[in-house]
Design a protein around this ligand. Sequence first.
Ligand SMILES: [Zn+2]
Ligand SMILES: [Zn+2]
Length: 348
Amino acid sequence: MDRDPAEDLLRIAIELERAGEAGYRIKAFRRAAQTVAAADRAELAARAAEGTLAKLPGLGDVTARCVAESLAGEEPVYLRRLLATADRPLDQATEELHAALRGDCHSHSDWSDGTEPIAAMADAARALGREYLVLTDHSPRLTIARGLSAERLAQQLVEVERLNAGYADGFRLLSGIEVDILDDGSLDQTPDLLGRLDVVVASVHSKLRSPAAEMTPRMLAAVADPHTDILGHCTGRLVRRAGGDTSTETRPESEFDAAAVFAACAANGVAVEINSRPDRLDPPKRLLRLAVEAGCLFAIDSDAHYRTQLDWLRFGCERAARCGVPVDRVVNTWPVDRLLAWTRRERG
Ligand SMILES: [Zn+2]
Ligand SMILES: [Zn+2]
């Protein structure tokens, strides 16, 4: 069936406006609609075929993709995502997602740079009604965060097992790690230990200002590692905390080919983390939308370093709802058995 790409772009602008999205984004779709309406359809088709739609004045990568899909007779993914959430207020979508969360896949204890014992973090997660908490202390290379050596991680596994034996309510404390992605994309822990962990979050913590030509292959290698389950806070950015707190350092996003990295995440079944920390809120919404369109799985994580921070998941839910993340693609809405079946998919 023939579709009118200008009409689709306008429709997106209307839906964005209804959702209370930023004005610049709405304007971008309106401007693109104008350009497309004035253009010759044969020229648009030729440009779509050779991939040069984005070179038209007023178009960018995102709007060009919508036009290409529309010309192919498909409802643009961007529009479909908006329409899927259009009939529900944002608060309601956030609540539904929050209520669906069963666990948290990223937390720290005083074994690395957290401030509390493992047992206290687990008890706080239980008090919040969580069915599981993954303990993900740092790896050796991150010395400023007292990253765990292989020996200490092995000791921690014993402690996790000991604590688990004491939970009569079905709660599960899962073993894990937030493992550093090293310069060459390899992971900062022995494959043997990584293979014994329930959940592996892999994050970049060093050389965050590397050019994309180095950062992209580094991230791609980590995502392709069979031990990696979740790609942590992918841009590494730090945003200012709410409430005028000026003590927090800010940091721009790392530069990398997000489309390539998210495609690799989707292909390898690696979840993209939605980091709920108010000073991270990573990935930014435009990248989160890109990951939704790429068909990725997600993990909405607290990255808590203190017990009250476990309650931060709501911030991540709000962003996920705003960006149209489907509930069943969020791995921590899954029961623990399904989560573990997923993390063991490539461990052998
Ligand atoms: Zn981290
Ligand atoms: Zn962390």
